[in-house]
Design a protein around this ligand. Structure first.
Ligand code: WT7
Length: 646
């Protein structure tokens, strides 16, 4: 099939913040003169003490370090709130839609949000929380979650949000890793009409976290939940606090937040972002990628438990004075029109969502979309995983009625914000391609020997130089940061993604090349699922790989060897699925569990994942070189017993 190209629509070419020629000029300057470019770009923020240094970065082992604007001071909550008060204090900052369409929405102005943030910041201070303290958030998608994030930022505390779909064990691990003394949660969450027992999960987690002294609980559903005397307090106490709280003067390189993400080995990494560079990056990418102008209604449908929610529900949009829609619910409840009803209700102009949701909605048929109006939409965005051309076309044709460009933004928790992305007034689109690098981003493709591929080709995607939004370290393990991202190839940032560049210099992400899989736009380390499986007393060994999945993009395929005395049967399969959900959370639910008397190993005992991956992908015609297998019959057994074929 010939590749289709969607040129920049006329009105976008004329009316956008930046056109094709402008992009060329700005991009060139950003890589030729990063000091000058970013020194100017950072003027978009209010600095308390202006910086004189711009970029101090090196990816080389000898002088490794990443610092931006390092002698400047600022407060990101002041940039997101205070600076708007004079001009747009009465503009709605957060437009919140509840899970249940019958529940009234909330519209919170910048002035109100500022006051709420100050009160909550004062409540945190009253608990002895201040600069550098870690605060764990385990909250539903409610405005109070944004309030809590900004309140932490206001007093210099470091927030660590744990997605409310994670299990008590996963939560406990993340609380312990960063030694939080305080956890913020709600009685229950609501999603798709279901209640999620957040407070009960926190109580369960805290039986393994002796360091936590305080829990602040928001009453979301009003459920009758037990409170622990002396430890738990009610969020409503914030109302008694003063609505004045001076923003702490933070150094540009002071930590802003930790967000845990899965890697290819072992336990999740605490990705650390700092203040100044992250603020510049998220504000600037939000403005240019979405061509955002004050007054427009903008909706990023991500949960604040993921980086997309941090950067593009809260920080980026609020620094730009946007009206940011926040949605508590799910795309298909009460019915598959829900997203588009919310678009109509708020007259959303810019919608940013994940391919997995689009694929799920696409399957329900066009009528659910067609019966809504959507005439307010001008621009659509995609994030989190490759968007297949079929879903892209559906999004473009059915949701956007052919009128709205789609910005397919490639980035990672580690990058802070969008890295390879179209700009709607500048970039002709090719469905499935994240297109071109944002300002300051220098992508390169390397072959397995680390040799750079010039022109069109396929390789490992690396970034050659630092950008302001880059993560600064892995919390508590700087060595792991260096090892993970800067040793596979020397002197460059290793993304873990494979990528193709075409003749036009467009980038096509082909997926992870490490042992990380992308399930519904969420990153899962296969090692984490494996360790959950082997923690079960009936399991001897487990290996997990990705498999193609129509809706989720990738599904989870687990090969399990049971202990000798155990009969692997359907009941055990169900038990293991339940177990993994309990250990990690529903997002880690295996789609396929194949019991195997043995796993394919080399003579030195290393599992040959390459073969398992091929089986997971149902690409078994050519398993490659199997001559180093200790026992080739193991593979024959696996092939003959694939459960998804029966
Ligand atoms: C991984 C990062 C981006 C924030 C949310 C996910 C994949 C992300 C795209 C895209 C193709 C994408 C990559 C990346 N990915 N966006 N537009 N096209 N792949 O952040 O959980 O840190 O995952 O998601 O594989 O490495 P994350």
């Amino acid at each position: 099939m010939a590749e289709s190209i969607y040129p920049v629509p006329q009105q976008w070419a004329e009316g956008a913040l930046i056109d094709a020629a402008g992009y060329q000029t700005m991009y060139r300057r950003s890589v030729e003169d990063p000091e000058g470019f970013w020194g100017e770009a950072a003027q978009r923020l209010d600095w308390i003490r202006p910086f004189t240094r711009v970029k101090d970065t090196s990816f080389d082992e000898a002088d490794f370090g990443i610092a931006w604007f390092s002698d400047g001071t600022l407060n990101i909550s002041a940039n997101a709130l205070d600076r708007h008060l004079a001009e747009r204090g009465d503009t709605v900052a957060i437009l919140w839609e509840a899970d249940d369409p019958a529940e009234p929405h909330r519209a919170i102005t910048y002035r109100e949000l500022h006051a709420d943030v100050c009160r909550f910041a004062n409540l945190l201070k009253a608990q002895g929380i201040g600069r550098g303290d870690r605060v764990t958030l385990y909250l539903p998608m409610v405005p109070e979650a944004a309030v809590a994030m900004l309140a932490c930022a206001r007093i210099g505390a470091i927030h660590s949000i744990v997605f409310a779909g994670f299990s008590p064990d996963a939560l406990a691990g993340r609380i312990r890793d960063c030694d939080s003394r305080i956890v913020l949660t709600a009685d229950e969450g609501l999603r798709g009409g279901k209640r999620i027992p957040l407070k009960a999960n926190v109580d369960a987690a805290l039986t393994h976290c002796i360091g936590v002294e305080r829990v602040i609980m928001l009453r979301r559903t009003g459920a009758d939940v037990p409170m622990v005397e002396g430890r738990d307090i009610d969020w409503a106490e914030a109302a008694n606090q003063s609505a004045d709280c001076a923003p702490a003067e933070m150094n540009a390189e002071d930590p802003l937040f930790i967000l845990y993400t899965s890697g290819s080995t072992g336990k999740p990494k605490g990705v650390l972002h700092t203040t100044g560079g992250y603020a510049v990056w998220t504000a600037m990418t939000h403005e240019y990628v979405f061509d955002y102008r004050p007054g427009q209604i903008y909706w990023c449908a991500a949960d604040i438990g993921w980086v997309t929610g941090h950067s593009y529900v809260v920080y980026g949009p609020l620094m730009n004075g946007a009206t940011s829609v926040m949605f508590e619910g799910v795309p298909n409840w009460p019915d598959p029109s829900r997203f588009w009803q919310v678009v109509d209700k708020f007259k959303v102009e810019i919608f940013y969502g994940a391919p997995t949701a689009l694929r799920a909605l696409m399957r329900e048929g066009d009528d659910w979309v067609a019966k809504t109006d959507r005439s307010s939409l001008r621009l659509l965005g995609s994030v989190g995983e490759p968007i297949n051309p079929e879903a892209w076309s559906w999004y473009h044709r059915v949701v956007g009625e052919g009128r709205c460009p789609i910005v397919d933004t490639w980035w990672q928790t580690e990058t802070g914000g969008a890295m390879i992305t179209p700009l709607p007034g500048a970039t002709p689109l090719k469905p499935g391609s994240a297109t071109k690098p944002f300002f300051g981003v220098q992508p390169a493709l390397l072959d397995t020997d680390g040799k750079e591929i010039e022109g069109a080709g396929d390789g490992c995607l690396v970034i050659k130089d630092s950008w302001p939004g880059q993560m600064r370290t892995v919390w508590g393990d700087h060595d792991r940061f260096f090892q993970t991202y800067f040793t596979t190839f020397k002197g460059v940032y290793f993304t873990g993604d494979g990528c193709r560049r075409d003749e036009d210099g467009y980038y096509w992400i082909t997926g992870r090349i490490d042992d990380v899989i992308n399930v519904s736009g969420h990153r899962m380390g296969t090692a984490e699922i494996e360790s959950a499986l082997v923690a079960h007393h009936k399991v001897a060994e487990a290996a997990v790989v990705g498999m193609p999945h129509d809706i989720k993009g990738q599904g989870i395929y687990a090969f399990v060897t049971t202990n000798a005395e155990v009969t692997p049967d359907a009941a055990l399969r169900a038990e293991l699925i339940k177990w993994v959900r309990q250990e990690i959370g529903p997002i880690a639910t295996p789609d396929v569990i194949q019991f195997a008397p043995a796993l394919p190993k080399t003579r030195s005992g290393k599992i040959m994942r390459r073969i398992l991956r091929k089986i997971g992908e149902n690409d078994v015609g050519n398993l490659g070189d199997t001559s180093t297998l200790a026992d080739p019959s193991v593979v024959d057994h696996l092939l003959a017993n694939r459960p998804h074929l029966t």
